[in-house]
Design a protein around this ligand. Structure first.
Ligand code: ADP
Ligand code: MG
Length: 231
């Protein structure tokens, strides 16, 4: 068992260099998130929300600072070791779904298990189960362009959770969906959180953000407000 937080960031800095100019996407960021939390990351466009999520998901590295995941410093891992942590512990859901266009729904969901070397029979069992759970059983053979936006996002959520990650990172997961479909996607994510998966959702929709039990507000690379500090 783990005593400390699931996620512990300390002194994180992320600077992008564009020609002669520097963009401080994250500044002096300290943050701890416990296992099982439901956190919304809010703030205006360009405030560093996606940069934060990408760092948490080990899709990017900070220029300074330390990231501990389940007590282990993951900042200094090699790319191969990071990929392994990502595959086993982290699920990602993006605004634009990021499905592989030429693969079917079933193949997209199976992909993380292929990469993790899970045997075909077990893969097939888990894909069938997941497609059924997400109401996609009769869409298994469809490619993304043959699915609605809501169905695509459900495939993406099935793919993100098929390895039973400790945390689910969602970057504007409802940004390309109409309100009713977005609502359905949020309910799915919240159901997963209800079953213990740590859920971190980037949104600039205040209504959606308020559903989380904890709100972080980013501004110009700074973590300006953390509702966990509210009395
Ligand atoms: P948000 O998700 O809150 O809209 P981002 O985290 O995407 O903001 O971006 C924060 C800042 O960092 C922005 O000013 C953006 O232009 C800059 N930025 C993000 N990614 C890169 C990159 N790969 N190269 C250069 N600048 C970047
Ligand atoms: Mg963003």
């Amino acid at each position: 068992m783990m005593d400390g937080p699931l996620i512990a960031l300390s002194g994180i800095e992320r600077v992008f260099h564009l020609g002669d100019s520097e963009v401080h996407a994250l500044r002096q960021l300290d943050l701890a998130i416990a296992a099982g939390e439901y956190v919304a990351v809010m703030g205006p466009s360009g405030s560093g929300k996606s940069t934060l999520l990408n760092l948490l998901g080990l899709l990017d590295r900070p220029n300074a600072g330390t990231y501990r995941l389940e007590g282990r410093d993951v900042t200094t891992l090699s790319p191969v070791e990071q990929a392994r942590v990502r595959s086993e512990r982290i699920g990602f859901v993006f605004q634009s779904f990021h499905l592989v266009p030429r693969l079917t729904a079933a193949e997209n969901v199976a992909l993380p298990m292929v990469l993790a070397g899970i045997p075909p029979a077990e893969r097939q069992r888990r894909v069938e189960c997941a497609l059924h759970d997400y109401g996609l059983a009769n869409r298994a053979g469809h490619r993304p362009d043959q699915l609605s936006g809501g169905q695509r996002q459900r495939v993406a959520i099935a793919r993100a959770t098929i390895m039973q990650p400790a945390m689910l990172l969602a970057d504007e997961p409802t940004g390309n969906l109409d309100r009713a479909t977005g609502e359905e996607v949020m309910r799915l994510l919240e159901e997963l959180n209800g079953r213990g998966v740590t859920l971190i959702v980037v949104t600039h929709d205040v209504g959606l953000g308020e559903r989380a039990r904890r709100q972080l507000r980013m501004e110009d690379g700074w973590l300006r407000h953390d509702s966990a500090g509210d009395a």
